[in-house]
Design a binder for this molecule. Structure first.
Ligand SMILES: Cc1ncc(COP(=O)(O)O)c(C=O)c1O
Length: 392
């Protein structure tokens, strides 16, 4: 059989590899604690489930939905953006449903990038910012996110010829995997550069609702001029514990929204209407739910910060996201550290390079497991580090 080569260009999806290793250990009867995947452990809020259940009983929802999404969903999204971010969105032309943020990242690349184009992607970054452009035949120019810059990219350090060849700039704050939040000036500079170089800014806002200590994450679309040059991808997955529901939004620049919608009419047949109703319930009736989730993650964050600090790991508690981005102890690489804790402690952490070459020297921990499992994981990491030192 001959397969298309495009899949060979990207490394195997990190979490597929992690899932395989976890399954192997579990089959051998080992109690594995996975802090690798950012998949909320708690249920979707009740009003969202009720809306789905009621809607699924209505036969009118059983046919192909429209790729445009229901008027009700687009208006709910527009209302949410106005209340939450102070951003006005025209529900007719500036909002379209996505089957989750991940789908949107991949398909936005197919809608915007031609072979030979350049895509500016954060490094470390959510892996589809790399696979999406590669599938479109485009080249990826990494934007290193360095600790001394607060894990923000230095947009002015991109070589001039790469900037001129670039068509898309991905940004993502609050950030996966670093947990960093945006600082003033970055979104503004992105708008300026986009105007100068005819770039489309794609801001992935998957984590805006998981924030701590009074921090409120902005929308990129709050930035003056943002809607002229870009879009935002929004998802209820993390804030409303809806990762399994495959719901999301692409909002902002009407031309980009329309192009993305057109592409999707060729690839999928829209979002199940019952899921659209459920998403409306999330954005209206259950609007306050992410604050409750944030409080739970805040408690877990403090617990982990204390635990890791006590065992000598240098941690900077994040202001947003359910992630800790931690430097590996001296003497380890990301990979040898992840191996050590998996083999000796049956704890799964994500090695930094899974998010790009600048992730070397770091690992990511996700707070999406119950408190007592987190405490147990930290205890096990401590024991494995002691064993690692003894074996060294
Ligand atoms: C940065 C980022 N964007 C998008 C997503 C995708 O979310 P979903 O496809 O569930 O909406 C994730 C999931 O982990 C993410 O970390």
């Amino acid at each position: 059989m001959k397969f298309a080569r495009r899949l060979d260009q990207v490394p195997p999806y990190l979490f597929a590899e992690l899932e395989r290793k976890i399954a192997e250990k579990e089959q051998a009867g080992i109690d594995v604690i996975s802090l690798g995947i950012g998949d909320p452990d708690l249920p979707t809020p009740e009003p969202v489930i009720a809306a789905l259940a009621e809607s699924a009983r209505d036969p009118a929802t059983h046919q192909y939905p429209s790729n445009r999404g229901s008027r009700e969903l687009r208006e709910a999204a527009s209302g949410f953006y106005r209340r939450r971010f102070g951003v006005d969105l025209d529900p007719t032309s500036e909002v379209v449903p996505a089957l989750g943020g991940k789908e949107a990242v991949g398909h936005v690349c197919l809608a915007l990038l031609d072979p030979g184009d350049v895509c500016l992607s954060p490094d470390p970054g959510y892996p589809p910012y790399t696979s999406g452009p590669l599938f479109a035949g485009a080249e990826v120019e990494y934007l290193p996110l360095e600790e001394q810059n607060g894990f923000l990219p230095d947009l002015d350090a991109v070589p001039a010829e790469r900037l001129s060849a670039a068509n898309v700039l991905f940004l993502n704050y609050p950030n996966n995997p670093t947990g960093a939040v945006v600082q003033s000036g970055l979104f503004e500079r992105a708008v300026e550069l986009a105007r100068m170089h005819d770039l489309v800014v794609v801001h992935d806002n998957a984590y805006s609702e998981i924030t701590f200590d009074g921090y409120r994450a902005p929308s990129f679309l709050e930035t003056p001029g943002a809607k002229e040059v870009g879009i935002e991808i929004f998802s209820p997955s993390k804030g409303w514990n809806m990762t399994g529901w495959r719901s999301g939004l692409v909002v902002g620049n009407a031309d980009v929204v329309e192009r993305y919608r057109q592409l999707k009419t060729n690839l999928d047949s829209g979002m199940f209407e019952a899921v659209q109703h459920a998403t409306v319930a999330a954005l209206t009736e259950a609007e306050g739910f992410p604050r409750e989730m944030s409080e739970i993650y805040r408690r877990r964050r403090d617990l982990v910060a204390e635990g890791l600090g006590a065992i000598g790991l240098n941690v900077d508690p994040p202001k947003a996201t359910p992630y800790f981005w931690v430097r590996v102890p001296e003497g380890y690489t990301s990979e040898t550290f992840a191996e050590l804790v998996l083999e000796q402690a049956a704890v799964v952490v994500s090695p930094g390079p899974a998010y790009g070459p600048s992730g070397e020297g770091f690992f990511r921990i996700s707070l999406t497991v119950p408190d007592e499992r987190l405490s147990e994981a930290v205890r096990r990491i401590e024991t494995s580090l002691q064993a690692g030192i003894l074996n060294a």
